[in-house]
Design a protein around this ligand. Structure first.
Ligand SMILES: [Zn+2]
Length: 138
């Protein structure tokens, strides 16, 4: 039995129009820019903190701020990577298609989460699979 074409499974309007794609590209660009400027601010405040540290600032406070800055930087790096990948997918025409099942990811979902790589069904399924399992419990 032949597999039906995608277009017969889903109505055409579920796929992104060029206009929607442009809107999402703008959202991604904006997020990229925001993260980059936030990172710069963090690095600057971190640097300031180190200078204050030399002037006998409460070390504990400085340390926790530093940890916070590092954690934030890590989170930003991950998001940055996701955004860059999403932009690559826009460029090679894969954006807006679920990487698990090939179905269209809807425009509202992408507006809410522009870095989404899966449709809501696959995402939900994945989250259920990712839940802690009791396989290793005796
Ligand atoms: Zn899917």
């Amino acid at each position: 039995m032949e597999k039906p074409e995608k277009s017969t499974i889903l109505p055409d309007d579920e796929y992104l129009t060029n206009e929607e794609l442009r809107t999402l590209w703008d959202v991604l660009s904006q997020q990229l820019e925001e993260i980059l400027s936030e990172s710069r601010e963090n690095i600057e405040s971190f640097t300031e903190q180190r200078e204050l540290d030399a002037d006998q600032l409460d070390l504990a406070v400085t340390e926790s701020n530093r940890d916070f800055a590092l954690r934030l930087a890590d989170r930003e790096r991950r998001l940055l990577r996701k955004i860059k990948r999403a932009m690559e997918r826009v460029q090679n025409g894969e954006y807006g298609t679920c990487q698990s099942c090939g179905a269209a990811i809807t425009f509202p979902r992408l507006m809410a989460r522009p870095v989404a790589t899966q449709c809501i069904d696959c995402k939900t399924e994945m989250e259920q699979l990712e839940r802690p399992k009791r396989i290793f419990a005796s």
